[in-house]
Design a protein around this ligand. Structure first.
Ligand SMILES: [Zn+2]
Length: 510
């Protein structure tokens, strides 16, 4: 499973083992417990092929090895998104994925409840019906004595419009959260925050131009606004942050950075690659590869590398403008910075309003406008972490790798998912274990920071930074959100133990 080899190769490998008298099954399908052909129920739905695995089935498997006695309910996050499989054949797959987001051990381990595949996106919402009916039943009867709560439904803006039955984000009344009327200036711009939409106003269609069809999700007793959060991965990382970098690299001359400044960012990213811890899926790349950056690279730039290097590259106004977004997002991602949520809202509002004068009016597109609603989204979901598509996107990548050849991709994926479930009876959180290692940086119980030089069992030998200054002081002192500038010529060596370490930190050399 780990190396994702094809079934033919696996069977061939087993044959070689057998020739050396190793006791293994003769067929790869027996080894991997592949479902027997014909055991999968595939039907035609929403203009494509469809199969349903079940919500209860997924919950049972996901929670099977967890001690859930302390929970009185389980919060379900549902993800609906399309995955292009073969661009040349126009084939897409739409997995419905769920995660139990209030159980720490499994909150980042989604499971697939249904699969749809077709030449086009689903033609209607029938592919959601089985899930909805089972969810409705579980919300009424509970699961193993616990309440089931649908916490949120995470999609990008086009999928959100499809399943809510509303106009697309580039429509005149395309904002999901307020009734602002868009202005068309080569693209739709949303210049201010309108009256907030509510579940009642949505269901009563008080703004008829916002609606296209009656979604079958209206049958569920859920808040049609709050349950559909803005996903920060699509909106901010792949939306706003990417747009700013494209402006600086290839935008109008007035906003473009000089070749020297662009190279400075590229060199900086190359220099800090090795300082980015393994918890980050991808290391920073240069701006020469900007078109190939993945969402997580934009996120690393916005939250970590950008605030450091842009200080030397942008003019002061644009730097503070960028920091407003960076700090606002950092606060909304963190449950520990909850007390600063109102400040985050001020910063994001400043970012949106100042954007039109610093760049142009066309800056206030849908994604930028959504920042005005992001604090409400974070507050309802505890933090943006709980409504980000990253955990589902990572699973989508695996699903794509399950497919070898264009023959019956739905069956291939369904079989690989069943094998994965049979082999790995316990899904573990993908967060790397917190054991400290040499060259890692940590925050300590006395709020100082240290660099680990040696570890022996629970004893550590570390270099503690004695002089800690803010990286920036405007729009706020960076130390408020845990960003410090340390000096290697003001440190002391210390023998201590791992109980003195509280959080892993990232150290970026300047
Ligand atoms: Zn709005």
């Amino acid at each position: 499973m780990k190396f994702n080899i094809s079934m033919t190769s696996l069977t061939h490998l087993l044959k070689i083992f057998k020739e050396h008298d190793i006791d293994v099954p003769a067929d790869g399908r027996t080894l991997l417990k592949t479902p027997r052909s014909g055991s999968l129920r595939i039907t035609e739905k929403s203009g494509g092929k469809y199969t349903y695995f079940g919500l209860k089935e997924g919950l049972t498997h996901t929670l099977s090895e967890q001690d859930t006695s302390k929970y009185d309910h389980f919060e379900i996050s549902l993800n609906i998104d399309g995955l292009p499989i073969f661009k040349s054949k126009n084939l897409t797959m739409w997995p419905l994925q769920c995660a139990v987001i209030n159980v720490d051990e499994v909150k980042n381990s989604p499971f697939v409840v249904a699969l749809f595949s077709g030449a086009k996106k689903p033609s209607d919402l029938e592919f959601l019906r089985d899930f909805m009916e089972e969810l409705q039943e579980l919300m009424e009867t509970g699961f193993k004595g616990k309440r089931i709560v649908l916490k949120n439904i995470i999609c990008d803006a086009p999928a959100r419009a499809l399943i809510k039955g509303i106009v697309q984000f580039n429509g005149r009344y395309g904002c999901d959260f307020c009734d602002v009327k868009g202005v068309h200036e080569s693209k739709m711009l949303f210049l201010y925050k309108g009256n907030l939409r509510t579940n009642e106003s949505f269901r009563q269609k008080t703004n008829p131009e916002h609606h296209k069809t009656d979604s079958i999700l209206l049958n569920l007793d859920i808040d049609m606004i709050r349950k559909f959060p803005i996903d920060p991965m699509h909106c901010v990382d792949l939306g706003v942050t990417k747009r700013m970098l494209m402006l600086w690299k290839e935008g109008p001359l007035a906003h473009r950075l000089s070749d020297g400044h662009l190279s400075t960012i590229t060199y900086f990213h190359q220099a800090v690659r090795h300082h980015i811890p393994p918890e980050f899926n991808r290391k920073p790349r240069g701006l020469d590869e900007l078109k190939h950056w993945k969402a997580t690279e934009f996120r690393t730039f916005l939250l970590y590398t950008g605030p450091v290097i842009l200080k030397y590259v942008l003019d002061k106004k644009k730097y503070i403008h960028f920091l407003s977004l960076s700090i606002g997002m950092r606060i909304l991602y963190s449950e520990n910075l909850m007390e600063h949520r109102d400040y985050a809202d001020e910063l994001l509002t400043y970012f949106v309003e100042k954007g039109s004068s610093l760049y142009s009016m066309s800056f206030i597109s849908y994604n930028v406008h959504c920042l005005l609603h992001l604090t409400d989204v974070a507050n309802y979901n505890r933090s943006l972490h709980y409504c980000s598509a990253y955990k589902f996107e990572n699973n989508m990548g695996q699903i794509k790798r399950f497919i070898h050849g264009s023959s019956d991709p739905l069956i291939q994926v369904a079989n690989r998912l069943a094998e994965r479930q049979a082999i790995s009876s316990s899904k573990k959180s993908n967060v790397t274990s917190g054991t400290p290692k040499t060259k890692e940086c940590y925050r300590m119980t006395n709020d100082s920071y240290c660099l680990i030089h040696g570890v022996q069992e629970n004893l550590i030998f570390c270099e503690v930074f004695c002089r800690m200054e803010p990286l920036y002081t405007k729009p706020c002192d960076s130390r408020i959100i845990g960003i410090f500038k340390g000096f290697r010529d003001h440190t002391k060596m210390l023998h201590t133990d791992t109980t003195q370490l509280t959080h892993k930190a990232i150290m970026i050399p300047l």
